[in-house]
Design a protein around this ligand. Structure first.
Ligand SMILES: Nc1nc2c(ncn2[C@@H]2O[C@H](COP(=O)(O)OP(=O)(O)OP(=O)(O)O)[C@@H](O)[C@H]2O)c(=O)[nH]1
Ligand SMILES: [Mg+2]
Length: 431
């Protein structure tokens, strides 16, 4: 099936960034998010020629920035042959349309930009479908004659490549149909995936999910620990699709490590929705390894952003091991001490040099030990409810229905332990 969206062209797109400094903003945050926006543009293959910031009480409902400011920026853009203005926030469909009319160039918001990068990066069928769905949903309300016309002329970052006549209604209908088709196809892919996951869950190893802000060093860490060959790059969102590898700890414990997509501030909600299935790896993990780039000046904000996304996907409150990475880039010991004060159980490592990795392994072993108690249970045959529940929440390693009670050896997450307390015969050795 031909995709409605063509996201990439070869030419380097010339970009102007626009930010708003709201009155109740705490000072420097606009500067920081604009720097990050600029990195995002470069990752998407554009070059940033200039930027403009407007200080305002509240964003303008019609045009986000003031009309006068927009005209001023538009003039600059015309003189400097800018193709695209990128706004550091999510614009409403009306704002996008009005701004495009005013500025006479392509207008993208942060969401469309992030979606575009994800579209470039997606490798698996599921990843590609998820992105296309999120893109179409973002695009549909913003579909204007002007946009369609422009996209056919210019293509480039975040743009669709419409086919045939640019008839707005036809485009809308086609987009709707495509959204429907993708949703159906995704359903199918997901059903296959959950079967795969179920078979892995039956194995008796706990799962630790590596999470963190984009570019924190998650893939580098997975590669270092397990000899995996996940692409690690100094780019935002180098990884999209989850990779899982087994790690054997020095204590002979086995753990499945999963590396997945990085998080970012203002991660588009549609994207989080679209990626919920992929992020199920995170939701189902027994332990989260939260990797932080300790050398980044906004490390604190990154931690917050990651926690926000974790809450959004329903993974808050999971046991979490904080890992402060890139220690080799942090010459000032006071920086690390500050982190360790706030997170006393954190480990400091360099995934690049291997510094701190033995301590990380030890912490990992300690953190995993209580996660799944390995128990032997005897359940009366008539308690089929308990037996069903056990299979639902625990990893049942052995079962024997022969005797006067059904016997199981199972790993049970601690928060379910109390449900089975009466049936525990003995605790088994965890390997
Ligand atoms: N100096 C130094 N660089 C590191 C370290 N760990 C990772 N890096 C570099 O940081 C960059 C990002 O690393 P990745 O492993 O791709 O980061 P990630 O968290 O997987 O990023 P995304 O997949 O984009 O979310 C790469 O250029 C790595 O070489 C470290 O401990 N020290
Ligand atoms: Mg990665």
């Amino acid at each position: 099936m031909r995709s409605l969206i063509e996201t990439r062209t070869k030419r380097t797109e010339r970009v102007f960034l626009v930010g708003v400094e709201l009155k109740n903003d705490n000072g420097g945050s606009t500067r920081e998010t604009l720097d990050e926006l600029s990195e995002l543009v470069e990752t998407a293959g554009g070059i940033v020629l200039g930027e403009g910031v407007q200080k305002m009480e509240t964003a303008n409902a019609g045009t986000y920035i003031g009309k006068g400011k927009a005209a001023e920026f538009a003039k600059w853009c015309k003189e400097n042959e800018v193709d695209t203005m990128v706004f550091d926030d999510e614009l409403t469909p009306a704002q996008s349309r009005n701004l495009e009319k005013l500025c006479e160039c392509k207008v993208l918001d942060r969401t469309a930009l992030i979606l575009d990068i994800f579209a470039q990066r997606a490798r698996t069928r599921e990843g590609k479908l998820q992105i296309e769905l999120a893109q179409l949903q973002h695009l549909l309300p913003r579909l204007t004659r002007f946009w369609t016309h422009l996209s056919r002329q210019k293509g480039g970052i975040g743009m669709r490549g419409g086919e045939g006549e640019s008839q707005l209604e036809a485009d809308r209908r086609k987009t709707q149909e495509r959204i429907f088709k993708i949703s159906e196809e995704l359903d199918l892919v997901r059903r296959q995936r959950s079967t795969q996951r179920a078979s892995r869950m039956r194995q008796q190893w706990p799962i630790a999910s590596i999470v963190g802000y984009t570019n924190a060093g998650k893939s580098t860490l997975l590669n270092h620990l397990t000899g995996a060959a996940v692409l690690a790059e100094d780019k935002l969102f180098a990884t999209l699709d989850p990779t899982t590898r087994r790690l054997r700890l020095p204590t002979n414990q086995n753990v499945l490590l999963t590396d997945t997509v990085g998080f970012i501030r203002k991660l588009p909600h549609g994207l989080v929705e679209a990626f919920k299935a992929t992020l199920e790896e995170v939701v189902q993990a027994d332990l989260l390894l939260h990797v932080v780039d300790a050398s980044h000046p906004q490390a604190e904000e990154h931690i917050e952003a990651v926690n926000t996304v974790l809450t959004e996907i329903g993974a808050e409150g999971k046991p979490m091991l904080m890992i402060f990475n890139k220690a080799d880039l942090v010459p000032n010991p006071a920086v690390m001490s500050r982190f360790l004060e706030r997170f006393p159980h954190a480990v400091v490592i360099s995934a690049k040099t291997g510094e701190g990795v033995p301590e990380l392994m030890a912490e990992l072993g300690a953190a995993l030990r209580p996660i799944r108690e390995f128990l032997e249970l005897a359940v009366p045959h008539e308690r089929s409810d308990v037996i069903a529940r056990l299979h639902e929440v625990a990893q049942v390693v052995e079962r024997d229905y022969e005797g006067d009670a059904a016997r199981f050896k199972a790993r049970i997450p601690p928060h379910f332990h109390h449900e089975f307390e009466k049936f525990v015969v003995k605790e088994l050795q965890t390997a």
